[in-house]
Design a protein around this ligand. Structure first.
Ligand SMILES: [Fe+2]
Length: 249
């Protein structure tokens, strides 16, 4: 049994609540699918926690943007990216600073085990491609190519919308699955949702617990108001990055 988290986005209140829940369940191993930073007010604290607590982490497009350069970002996301970089640079402990940059720059783009593949975004373009539920209707051909890229199970994040894609193509939200997806021989892409910025109109943090025969979707309330206040207090962070958390959008 292990947990998969994704899209923490510098939201310390959400991430510490999720880590406490994982500890309460006595789950030893955590995999992070990336986007540790970007958007939120506590990038340094969140990356330190991922280094301490996660067995592995992947490179998300926001991690890439902070380390290299923002690509195709809106103004708010780009400003958050440069502010995040400044937070890393402001640490006067040079060794700690170098260790964080090294960790960020060395994040892999894919994890492959006999049981599953994990990427931040999509098995076709692991850092950047969005797989949205609407693509089933607007771009069904996309799924043929994406499903060819893995054997059985593929875990993703990136859209901040949890759920399961089947080869149909079909999409099932956690609600429709009663928060439990039985693992069969059928191929599935499982989006674990976002810890720090859910966008499915449910403001609670989202993550999954992977058991031998099924995947459990978990939602967890956290102290959103504190995160919103922190965002509002930082001039470089657009207030919308806080208020959107209240409605999970
Ligand atoms: Fe993200």
């Amino acid at each position: 049994m292990f947990a998969i988290v994704s899209d923490i986005h510098s939201n310390l209140e959400a991430f510490t609540a999720v880590l406490a829940e994982i500890e309460r369940r006595e789950i030893q191993h955590i995999v992070c699918l990336g986007d540790i930073v970007g958007y939120g007010p506590n990038p340094v604290e969140c990356i330190d926690l991922v280094i301490q607590r996660c067995r592995a982490s992947l490179m998300g497009n926001h991690d890439f943007a902070v380390f290299y350069e923002p690509f195709n970002f809106n103004a708010g996301a780009e400003a958050a990216c440069f502010w995040t970089r400044k937070c890393f640079e402001n640490d006067t402990d040079t060794q700690r600073r170098a260790a964080r940059w090294k960790f960020l720059g060395n994040l892999p783009v894919r994890i492959r085990t006999p049981e599953f593949v994990a990427v931040h975004a999509s098995p076709r373009r692991p850092v950047n491609e969005y797989i949205f539920p609407d693509d089933i209707y607007t771009n069904p051909g996309k799924f043929v190519s994406i499903f060819e890229r893995f054997e059985r199970l593929c875990f993703v994040g990136h859209t901040h919308v949890p759920g399961v894609f089947l080869e149909g193509p079909d999409f099932y939200s956690p609600d429709e699955l009663d928060y439990r997806f039985e693992i069969t021989d059928e191929k599935a892409i499982i989006n674990v949702g976002s810890v720090g910025q859910p966008r499915d109109r449910d403001p609670r943090s989202s993550f999954v617990v992977v058991n031998d025969t099924y995947v459990e979707f978990v939602r967890l309330a956290y102290d959103v108001e504190t995160t919103v206040r922190k965002v509002e207090a930082i001039a470089e962070l657009d207030n919308f990055l806080g208020t959107r958390l209240l409605d999970g959008r």
